[in-house]
Write a protein that binds this ligand. Structure first.
Ligand code: DON
Length: 349
């Protein structure tokens, strides 16, 4: 009898312990309800949908024709739940956001040191297509010194050149492959954007040639510039981008398809280059306000990652002077702040 009562108390004790453990564990994880997440998205959408600041990119003629009123917000959590408001279906070109995933492909196949040693992982503090930044690095640090970043054009064209493959088709298969795996569907190139940028990308061709001359690109800079232009022309909607961001928020595993795309140990390096150069010369301001690794594209998209909590994406084409979507920056900052997304913010005990 005593023994039985003892075992019942033992079971109750175990249940109490388990409940205490669950409560403690839950208290240390992100605990936003779906209603809170939807409220944060809806509030940001309503607040910013009518603002008129910024202007579509027009140095790539096809981008000037995109509807400037397009506005969609999607947040995806590591358990694969998708929250959205606005236009989540219309595709824009991914542009510079592709730089993250091509760099991730290089890191995945060749390790974290490959990018750090060949290109560098520092902030350039310069515009995304700055040629002065290339010369500045050489002048200050010396020939071939890796002080660039794979998320600005010179570093990005160089990281595209690093993806291994005997032919351009083999390299492209890997580049589009990692984008597809992170988005969780088969993406396609927007041919009008690809043609428009190919016809007008003389500046990137100059950057490619310079990066070859200075040793960042080892051979065939023309192929690297062409594949880079193609990767920038991949069509994505806000849901694709948010799923890609959520893959990074979830240790490299796509939370919707459950495919492990990037080794978890390599993801912090990818997030670090987003923190140092994701919003170009405004990366510091952005990090100061949000704490979120992020990446913008001149097509109007921005992705941001709150590790372990959510990936978020906004598409809205009008850009500020640095080339970052005006509405997307404002909406993501508000939503993340409302939901406690800043990874630097810890509650004191
Ligand atoms: O190379 C370019 O200029 C474009 N394909 C990409 C630039 C870009 O997206 C910069 N983003 N904010």
């Amino acid at each position: 009898m005593r023994a039985r009562r003892g075992s019942r108390f033992g079971r109750i004790g175990l249940m109490v312990l388990a409940a205490a453990f669950t409560l403690t564990f839950a208290a240390t994880t992100w605990a936003q309800t779906p209603a809170e997440i939807n409220a944060a998205l809806n509030a940001a959408y309503a607040k910013y949908k009518d603002i008129k600041e910024g202007k579509n990119a027009d140095y790539i003629p096809a981008l000037a024709k995109v509807n400037p009123n397009l506005f969609g917000i999607v947040l995806v959590t590591p358990d694969g739940k998708v929250y959205s408001v606005g236009d989540i279906k219309t595709e824009v070109s991914i542009q510079s956001i592709s730089k993250v995933f091509t760099a991730a492909q290089v890191i995945q196949e060749q390790g974290l040191d490959s990018i750090a040693n060949r290109i560098g992982v520092d902030a350039t503090g310069a515009r995304f297509n700055s040629i002065i930044a290339i010369e500045g690095v050489r002048t200050v640090v010396g020939a071939g010194a890796p002080e660039m970043n794979p998320l600005v054009n010179p570093g990005a064209i160089s990281s595209t050149s690093m993806v291994k493959g005997a032919t351009a088709a083999e390299v492209w298969k890997k580049i589009i492959g990692i984008h597809n795996d992170c988005a969780g569907r088969t993406l396609t190139v927007l041919q009008d954007v690809y043609k428009s940028e190919s016809d007008t990308n003389q500046r990137n061709q100059a950057i490619g040639a310079l990066m070859l001359a200075y040793g960042y690109i080892k051979s065939n800079w023309q192929q690297a510039v062409d594949l880079y232009t193609r990767q920038c022309s991949i069509g994505v909607n806000a849901k694709d981008l948010a799923t890609m961001a959520a893959t990074l928020a979830n240790g490299g595993k796509n939370p919707v398809t459950a495919k492990q795309v990037i080794d978890a140990a390599k993801v912090p390096g990818v997030l670090a280059i987003m923190a140092t150069a994701g919003l170009y010369d405004d990366s510091g301001k952005w990090l100061y306000r949000t704490g979120l690794p992020a990446k913008s594209g001149v097509g109007g998209g921005i992705i941001a990652v709150s590790p372990g909590k959510f990936g978020i994406a906004v598409i809205s084409p009008p850009l500020d002077d640095a080339g970052n979507s005006v509405r997307a920056q404002k909406a993501i900052a508000d939503i993340s702040n409302a939901l406690g997304g800043n990874p630097y913010a810890a509650k004191s005990r």
